[in-house]
Structures are given as C-alpha cells and as structure tokens.
Ligand binder design. Structure first.
Ligand SMILES: Nc1ncnc2c1ncn2[C@@H]1O[C@H](COP(=O)(O)OP(=O)(O)OP(=O)(O)O)[C@@H](O)[C@H]1O
Ligand SMILES: [Mg+2]
Length: 294
C-alpha cells in the first residue's frame, strides 16, 4: 500500500486554544478517509494545515512522501469552507476562470461538468443554482486538472436529503475511479456510508483511526454466563470465539464466521455447559461513536 499522506504530531494552537493536538494520520492511496468529529473538534483546522492555508504550530506532515512543498498542491483538489463563484457568470465560465488560475487546460471544464452532472445547466448563471448544484460545482472545480487526491470539508452541509444523496453518490463515484479522498464530517452516518477509513477526533485529539468497520463496526456480541466460567471460557475458545469479560463479569463473545447465537448455544449445551444467561448485544454505530468520543 502506498502512503498518500502522513502527519506527525501535527498541532495548532490559537493563543490558549489548542485546536489540533499532536495528530498522527496515515492515509493510503485509494482510501476514502473520513475525519470524524463534533463541531469545533479541529477538522477544518487540520485540513487547512494540510492544504497550506494554516501554519502548524508544531509537528509535520508529508504528501506523497515528499513533504509540504507547493509542487504537491497540483496533485490535490480541495474545497475548504464555502466555495465562492461569480454569481452573474455561468457555471462553465466560472470553471474556466478556475481552470486558468490552476493552470489547467480549459477543455477540462467539460469533463468535470459531466462528472458532476451539471452539463445541462452549464450556461445558467451560478446565482440560479440550488445549494446542491453549487456544491457540485465546487467539486467540479476541485476535480479540474484531474488531481490524485480530493480534500472535502463537510461536503453535504446544509443540503436536503436529495442533495446529500447526490453528493455522496458523486463522492463514491470519484472514489471508484481510483482517487484518494479526504473528507471532514461531523456526521457519523456519512462517514459510515462513504468512507473506507476513519479518524475520530475530539477537542483536537485523535481518539481512534483505522478501517471504518474496525473503528465503527456494528459487530455482534453475545453476553454469556455460566456457573463454570473457566470451563465456559475454554469451551468458547475451542469453538474459535473471541472472549472478553465486561465489568459485571459477563463474557462478551464474538462469533466466528458461520456461527450464530443459537448454533453456539446448542454446542455449549451439548458439551454440558449450564448457560444461565445468553443475550445478543448488537454494538451499534452510534454506541461505538459515543464510546469513542465520551
Ligand atoms: N482563527 C481562529 N482563531 C481562534 N480559534 C480558532 C480559529 N479557528 C478555529 N479556532 C478554534 O479551533 C477549534 C477547532 O475549530 P475547527 O474549525 O477546526 O473545528 P471543526 O471540527 O472544523 O468544527 P465544525 O464541525 O464546526 O466545522 C475551535 O475551538 C475553534 O473555535
Ligand atoms: Mg469545520
């Protein structure tokens, strides 16, 4: 796996406020990497530093293993904060201006308009665009020059469910074309729906990082208790279950592939275990997130 971005103890202080506190991120090529955290947790500040708009107080980062140099910037398309377009100019005219600023051939405008499905409205003034269309325009602008990496700060903020679904679909499409996407969001279900990886941050601190399923997974756990805990534990391990105890002494049991609660129960009873408690505890996403950010 090729590393696209690494940060090391990246930190930003604003006077007495520590907006970002020593964060180490690892983003691999082709991942859709969510930075998930509540309002004020430091997401925008982190992206701002990575895009060279905010100067870090300490720590470092490196794009493509090549440091922070400006030449990396061309390989990254970004939307930070609210995108601004000239309202009286059409979408296509706005994008041509952006293309010129980025040093990208103007013919790329039609390509990106097609990706975000704005070709039919490309000659209408930007002022007449809905919020969702404006957001798609912003993504189109970020896609100019066909960058390898897309950085998006809260791309569905303020949109209605239809607009949200469109943008998420678009992000998934762009991801499927092989691009690496870094996306900040305060919405758990957004990260769950579009991201492959997630970093959970709170008050500027990195709380967890990894595969979405690993970090936010809704793994099914069984609570099991018997009069013979030692024997039960041994038996469960022989059945290839993962076993740990919770604070009240119940075993929390993760099942191997192909086994469910009733088949496990049957096996335990057959082997003579007197089970007096068995309950399915589904670890919901929200629960994991709250656990992490609590
Ligand atoms: N220019 C600034 N001066 C002082 N404090 C700032 C500045 N920018 C951000 N902060 C503070 O840094 C912290 C992190 O802010 P940031 O905007 O990075 O959070 P966020 O996770 O993007 O939040 P949101 O979900 O609301 O967009 C907040 O406490 C914020 O008030
Ligand atoms: Mg923000």
């Amino acid at each position: 796996m090729e590393t696209i971005l690494n940060t090391a103890a990246l930190t930003k202080h604003y006077g007495p406020i520590t907006a970002v506190n020593g964060i180490d991120l690892h983003v691999e090529r082709g991942s859709v990497y969510g930075i998930l955290g509540p309002n004020g947790s430091g997401k925008t500040t982190t992206l701002g530093m990575l895009l060279g708009a905010i100067h870090p107080s300490s720590g470092s980062f490196s794009w493509f293993g090549k440091g922070t140099g400006d030449e990396n910037r061309k390989r990254i398309g970004a939307i930070l904060e609210h995108p601004i377009f000239y309202p009286y100019l059409s979408g296509a005219q706005n994008l041509r201006i952006t293309a010129r600023i980025k040093g990208v051939p103007e013919k790329d405008v039609d390509r990106v308009l097609q990706i975000v499905e704005l070709s039919a409205r490309k000659n209408s003034p930007a002022a007449t665009y809905s919020l969702g269309m404006k957001q798609r325009m912003a993504i189109a602008a970020a896609l100019l020059g066909d960058p390898e990496v897309l950085v998006l700060d809260e791309p569905t903020n303020g949109l209605d469910p239809q607009g949200i679904a469109e943008i998420r679909g678009l992000i998934r499409e762009v991801a499927a074309s092989g691009k690496t996407i870094l996306i900040a969001s305060h919405l758990l279900d957004e990260v769950e729906k579009v991201c492959t990886h997630v970093a959970v941050i709170k008050n500027g601190n990195l709380l967890a990082q990894g595969h979405v399923n690993e970090i936010l997974g809704d793994e099914q756990l069984l609570e099991i208790a018997s009069a013979d805990p030692a024997g039960l534990k041994l038996q469960l391990e022989q059945l290839h279950c993962s076993v740990r105890s919770d604070e009240s002494g119940l075993f929390l049991v993760g099942l191997p592939e192909g086994m469910d609660a009733s088949s496990l129960n049957k096996k335990l009873v057959e082997s003579g275990q007197a089970i007096h408690h068995l309950r399915v505890r589904k670890k919901k996403l929200e629960e994991s997130f709250l656990e992490i950010t609590a």
